[in-house]
Structures are given as structure tokens and as C-alpha cells.
Design a protein around this ligand. Sequence first.
Ligand code: NDP
Length: 446
Amino acid sequence: MEKIVKEFLAKVAAKNPEEVEFQQAVREVVESLVPFMEENPKYKKEKILERIIEPERTIMFRVPWIDDKGEININRGYRVEMNSALGPYKGGIRFHPNVNLGILKFLAFEQVFKNSLTTLPLGGGKGGADFDPKGKSDNEVMRFCQSFMTELQRHIGANTDVPAGDIGVGAREIGYMFGQYKRLRNEFTGVLTGKGLNWGGSLVRPEATGYGCVYFVEEMLKTKGDSLKGKTCAVSGSGNVAQYTVQKLLELGAKVVTLSDSNGFIYHENGLDHKELQCVIDLKNVKRGRIKECAKQFNCSYYESKNPWGVKCDIAFPSATQNEISGADARELVKNGCIAVGEGANMPTTPEGVKVFQKAKVLYAPGKAANAGGVATSGLEMSQNSMRISWSRQEVDAKLRQIMVLIHENCIRYGGNRDGYVDYVKGANIAGFVKVADAMIDQGLV
Ligand code: NDP
């Protein structure tokens, strides 16, 4: 078995050199899938694995724009349309200086499995640009978004490819991109999700990734007769996912002791309260400031250039970026008594870290299962747009919760081990794979 995995991965590395994050994401999936495929040879015969790792289409384009000083700037834009077996390509757009093809291919690949897990008819894709919205004026961000969409619009559409937000792309950016799409195409359609509430957005979409992640962890704890009440939680990041993870944790009676950004983290020994969380939301979404500005205001500590994984906690919610928990961080978390990990971010734990968690029998929820609530609610936004109706907050939240419960059940179905430990990585990979693979077989050689 190991030999098959090794040979396959060597081919992937040779064909996609330098795309290290993509190779990492493929390795994790292939390790789960090869044994399953040996038992189900039809997938092998149809070469599904070889097909599924190759994007259906990759678009790369120039994004020229003018800054406030009148200088011309050039960025590179991308859209990776990975798999449309289950529905239109769906996945976020990321604006961050480190964006490159390898990172977007890893995210698009993960997205295929995640979207399959949601039970909704969604294919997988991902896009973005190496543009840094940090420190840019609203006008600069608008000009960039307009230029980006001027090219992207020819490749997307409500029935073709429906992008959403991700790192560096929130309500402001979605608004500017939607406006430009509408202007160029002269049509008001659900071509993007994460839209404003009064122009086609869905209630609970901003909250969905964070809420969904907490619901998933709640389900994992239930299997042990435990709950979130009174648990000490360490959260990383302070953007969209982190903010609503904290909000739901506070509602459920947990204590949140950390938040971070790319400069450092704050440690709040007594736990953040709702008022402090609102300050963080204003700081990040309106003032666009740094997390260290909260330390003085909340009378808590700030650690420059450090991540939160050295603090004592029961549950970790990595909600910033890929590979933010190393093997050493994972060992530290386990040593400090961490019993569960809910990945709000995509692939935030390194392969070594994952092994550490699984060896210590930590309840470990990989991003493709735990953070699927965001895209699931985007799917619900698409349904509401198609029907031209809006569901109430309670309706959307109930559907989101139900989807997270179903994803959890599916992970147990395919990931349950004889000793009772659930391998959620294996469960999510196989459950996500089967639906896509069967659809690909049904649709012929595509
Ligand atoms: P935001 O841009 O709203 O927030 C990102 C947060 O992570 C910020 O606090 C940012 O700090 C921090 N961060 C980003 N890059 C780094 C880095 N290299 N090192 C340390 N910190 C970093 O993004 P989201 O909250 O939307 O996304 C966070 C994660 O969740 C990503 O992995 C994303 O792919 C994933 N995700 C998001 C979904 C969504 O619905 N938004 C859905 C599913 C997954 P700073 O401001 O300093 O850069």
C-alpha cells in the first residue's frame, strides 16, 4: 500500500513541482483513499484519482490598477476550476500577497471534497490574487476589485462558477466585485455569495463558517458525553471565521482566551466577553487595525510574533491560515491537555501535527469537514437567489446545523475505527470522494 501511495505522490510532485501546499493536500487525501480504492477497484479502473487531482480548467490573468498616488500596479489573478461533477464550481477568492497557483490548487482540491460533504449540489474551485488589501484605501481596493472582475467575469456565472470570500475578501470586496459584474454583464444574478443582506445575501452567511465549526466540535464532544460548556478555547486569527467562532463559543458557555493576527496574539486569562468581541469586530472590519490594539483596552497580554498554541486550553480552533500548527505546536497543545481541535481554517495543521493529534486520540476535525458550514450556507444563498426568496435567520441556522450534523455522521460512517476512535480525516476524505467519484463515472470520461 505504502509503495502505491509513494509512487503516486512522486508523479504528482514531478508534474506539479514547487506547488508544495498542493502536494501536501493531495498526499493527505491519497493516504486515506488508496486502501479504500483497493477494496473498491472500479475507482482504480476509471483512474478517478489521476483525474480528480487535475483541475478541469485554470485561468491566470493580469490585473492592472492605479493606486491613490497615480502609480500603475500589476497583480496576478487566478481562478482554479477544479471539479464540476456535482454542480457549478464553488469556492472563495483570496487576496493575500502569498497567493500563488500551488496555494489555490490546494484550496480548490480541498474544496471539491468539502463541497461534496455539504450534501448540496456544488462543484469545487478557488481563486484569488497576490494583492494585499492591508493598508490600501477603500478606493484602491475598489479599483483593484473592478479590474480583477473585468477579466474574471468572462469565466464565471450563476450556473457556471460562483465565487465567495476568503482571506482578504469580505463584504466590502464582494460588493465591489458584484457591482462590476453587474455593470459588465447587465444582469443581477447570484454570481457571488457573501453578498450584502439587502442585495441578495443570506442571513447567517457571515457567521456560517465559525458557527458551523463550533457545531461540528459540539457533535464530536457529544460522542464522549461532553459539551462545550466551561471549556477553555484558544482561537487563532481575528477575521471572519475567528470572530463568529468566538461568538458561538461564548453563546454556548465556553471561555475564549486568545485571538491573533499575523503580528501576534492576545491572551485574555479570564476570557473575552461579548462586548470585547464586538470591539474586535469593529477593529478588524471597520477600522482595519491590529489585534495588539485590543490588549491595552481589554487589560490582557499581547505576544508579538507568536501564535497561541503554547497556552493551556481544552480545545483549539485554528482559524487563520494554512500550516499554522506545526508538529511542535501540536505536541505543546497535547501536553497542555487539549482534547479537541476544530479547524476553521483550511489545512492549518501540518502533516506532522495531524499525526501528533491522532496518536494522542485528540478529537481532530480537519478543515474540509469542520469549516464546510461556510460553503454550505453559500449553497443556501444560491438556492434563495434562484427562488428569489429569503429565509429567516432561524431557518438558515437550522439548515446549517443539520448539515454539520450530517457531515459529522458521514465522517463517523467512513472514519470509525475498531477501537472506537474516529479518524475524521479518513472519514471526510472517503465520504467526500465517493459522491464525486460516482458522479464522474456516471458522466463518462470527463
Ligand atoms: P480573514 O481575512 O477575514 O481573516 C484572516 C485572519 O487570519 C486574520 O486575522 C489574518 O491576520 C490571519 N492571517 C492570515 N494570513 C496569516 C498568516 N500567514 N499568518 C498568521 N495569520 C494570518 O479570512 P477568513 O477568516 O475568511 O479566513 C480564515 C481561514 O478560514 C482561511 O484559511 C480560509 O481559507 C478559511 N475559511 C474561510 C471561510 C469563509 O467563509 N470566510 C470558509 C472556509 C474556510 P492579518 O490580518 O494580520 O493578515
